[in-house]
Design a protein around this ligand. Structure first.
Ligand code: HAM
Length: 425
């Protein structure tokens, strides 16, 4: 039996010297900040199953997208249903909104989610088969201020995490009919250069021509330089709306670049779309992306609520934070280590630990009698702030020696004094 972890997956572990981005304390920290920001922006959590009926993703993400075509983990369950591990969160949140009739609670909703997504992609740095997203979906507003607010939320989140060189790439995909006109014009242009396009783009010309716009192939990029631009196909309303969002971003001092080639890889988008990058990983991949998807909820059988949202990839955010070098990995150790010097002291230590923990103070009791020197060594390896030594003497007098590893001093304390001392920190 092979114990190798499946390709493109990873474990989050208490400590990883070689790959510190896998350290649990960093994940907990980033998730905590995501939740705090979501809370600060009045978003409420939605948790959906990690698998859904396959049809949901075909109908929302789109039959001709890479995600649906090549990347889904699809299987049949024992009841012959075709199910798929969710490749993204938006479709599931829409399904959940409809199933739970959340429209009965009002016409405006701010939702967030945090969890694993699954895509069968070629594993490489920053690309996994199981990755984790923090996403926000807002239903019920078609205001440009709403689009802008979500970019501010991401900017605020990245600032809170300490990410630097954050920049948004923005574009406007127009209405369905504007996009259809643009699509025809793009196909017409690309057909003239078809033989020089990469094989991927030749295939996409038949299936999903807009996706050719974000091809990384050099020959494709050269051909695209003179391709028609979506901006020239936007009607009055779409242009005004795009300009308004841009102006809001200027006023809010959110850094962005307009990229007429940004189309995003999911079919449900309409109107304003964006991706966000930061630092080195930026060269190859986005930390997050999103946009408006006004027709999605209705097309799945829900109410006609204009909607927009985004998701960021936690692996990429964490790796970028570490790459940028000014992030200190939060240390994860209990505040106090109790060192029993004999078997009776161990039993005594158990009740002291229990008393201390009742006060909400994190505490580890060594489960084996340990000499003072080894106990102190263990504490400095662990990074414990305090060490409580229990020897025979201490146990009999019920007065203990508490060492402060940070201040390099020690005090004699009774149990009650100990609790007070630790609570003060
Ligand atoms: P997406 O751009 O496909 O959008 O994914 C969002 C983010 O998830 C990406 O920017 C990236 O950071 C991360 N990500 C995606 N695939 C992988 C992977 N294989 N390995 C590591 N990270 C990955 C969506 O999923 C949309 N649902 C976002 C959205 C929400 N739009 C509107 N609402």
């Amino acid at each position: 039996m092979s114990l190798a972890i499946p390709p493109g997956t990873f474990d989050v572990v208490p400590q990883s010297c070689k790959e510190p981005w896998k350290q649990a304390s960093i994940w907990q920290y980033v998730e905590r900040v995501c939740r705090k920001i979501a809370n600060g922006y009045a978003c409420q959590e939605v948790r959906t199953p990690i698998f859904e009926r396959t049809e949901l993703f075909c109908r929302s993400v789109g039959e001709e997208t890479d995600i649906v075509n090549k990347e889904m983990y699809t299987f049949e369950d024992r009841g012959n249903r075709s199910l798929t591990l969710r490749p993204e969160g938006t479709a599931s949140v829409m399904r959940s909104f409809i199933t739970n009739k959340l429209q009965n609670l009002g016409a405006y909703h701010r939702l967030f989610y945090l969890g694993p997504m699954f895509r069968y992609e070629r594993p490489q740095a920053g690309r996994y088969r199981q990755h984790h997203q923090f996403g926000v979906e807002v239903l019920g507003s078609d205001q440009e201020e709403q689009d802008a607010e979500l970019l501010v939320l991401i900017y605020h989140l990245f600032e809170a995490l300490g990410l630097q060189n954050v920049e948004f790439i923005v574009n406007h995909l127009g209405t369905d009919s504007e996009r259809a006109d643009y699509r025809s014009s793009l196909i017409q242009y690309l057909k003239k250069h078809e033989d020089k396009l990469s094989s991927d783009s030749q295939r996409r010309l038949q299936t999903n021509p807009l996706r050719i716009l974000d091809s990384k192939d050099q020959a494709d990029q050269q051909i695209l330089e003179l391709a028609p631009k979506i901006q020239h196909f936007l009607g009055e309303e779409s242009s005004t709306s795009f300009n308004k969002i841009i102006k809001l971003l200027d006023n809010l001092k959110v850094p962005y670049k307009v990229d007429p080639h940004l189309v995003r890889g999911l079919d449900y988008y309409t109107g304003f779309v964006y991706e966000v990058k930061a630092g080195k990983l930026a060269a190859q991949s986005s930390l997050g992306g999103g946009g408006r998807y006004d027709g999605l909820l209705k097309s799945l059988g829900g109410p006609d609520l204009p909607s927009c949202g985004f998701a960021i990839g936690l692996e990429r955010v964490i790796q970028t934070l570490l790459e940028q070098g000014n992030f200190e990995v939060p240390f994860q150790s209990s505040q106090v280590l109790i060192v029993p010097m004999g078997m009776r002291e161990l039993e005594h230590g158990l009740s002291i630990a229990s008393r201390v923990r009742k006060e909400g103070i994190s505490c580890q009791l060594l489960m084996k009698p340990t000499k003072l020197k080894n106990g102190l060594k263990k504490a400095s390896q662990n990074g414990n702030r305090f060490v409580l030594i229990i020897g025979q003497d201490e146990m009999e007098k019920e007065v203990y020696t508490l060492k402060d590893m940070q201040e390099s001093n020690q005090v004699e304390v009774t149990l009650e004094q100990l609790v007070e001392h630790l609570a003060r920190g």
